[in-house]
Ligand binder design. Sequence first.
Ligand SMILES: C[S@@+](CC[C@H](N)C(=O)[O-])C[C@H]1O[C@@H](n2cnc3c(N)ncnc32)[C@H](O)[C@@H]1O
Length: 278
Amino acid sequence: MDVVEDRVPPLTPGDFERLRAFVHEATGIRLAPSKPYLVASRLWSRLRALELRSFEDYVQLVTTGAPGPEREWAIDALTTHETSFFRESKHFPSLIEHARRHRAPRRFRVWSAACSTGEEAFSVAMVLADLLAPGTFEVIGTDVSVPSVEAAQRALYPLERASTIPPELLRRYCRKGTGAYEGSFIIEPMLRQHVSFLALNLCEPPPPTLGQFDVALLRNVLIYLEPAEKRVMVHHVVDRLLVGGLLLNGHAESVTGLHPDLEPVVQTVHRKRPRRAS
Ligand SMILES: C[S@@+](CC[C@H](N)C(=O)[O-])C[C@H]1O[C@@H](n2cnc3c(N)ncnc32)[C@H](O)[C@@H]1O
């Protein structure tokens, strides 16, 4: 058998461009042209695991044929999933104020629209569980990355990730792992009942079964997109907001001018207003 080399083989400009096109088609994200080395180093362990000798073979594998686990793995490896519990917590007062005004019997519904590994969705759920009666709210997390969605569904996190959770919420809604789970914590089953995750590409229209939402968080994904893709993504999310519902976006992002039904509330918080007669 051939010996698989120990150092990162070269990623040719042609293969890099094919990978960029693949990621763009799958997610709307355009990888920076200056990043071939980063891409090569992210994929290198996979090449080794599959005993492939060149990036050309790997690119061939993920860009041709039916979608499958390797394609999902590559999308996950080539996109950024950085997140944390209670990230950009300046949004939480707007969420709380909106939830306080909610009246049953309809459930209060929140969409974490690029949820990564679930920290954002569980942070929202912890805040809502303190405000609303059990069973009267629901949080849905979606992400294009299947491995990220699977991690979110496990709801199991390394202990150091807990440092940004307010202590009283940590006590109420998280359980420290023991035995095989030493060094981890898990989200309480009672809270998990209110949260579900599914894989969904925001560049495509969401399925009707997703329903309508009171609040949508679209945070720290628009920064990776070009204007045309930003507009598409914002439209897909805002179309699923109820009139009067809130869109929360990341502090490094702007949705100004991307949807005619959005009006600013405070920085990075927009409300969906009724459609104006044209
Ligand atoms: C940097 S993380 C942000 C996570 C979280 N919203 C936060 O602010 O902490 C960006 C996430 O967007 C996801 N993403 C990228 N393109 C996407 C698309 N077309 N549809 C859905 N999710 C996408 C990535 O997989 C990644 O998990």
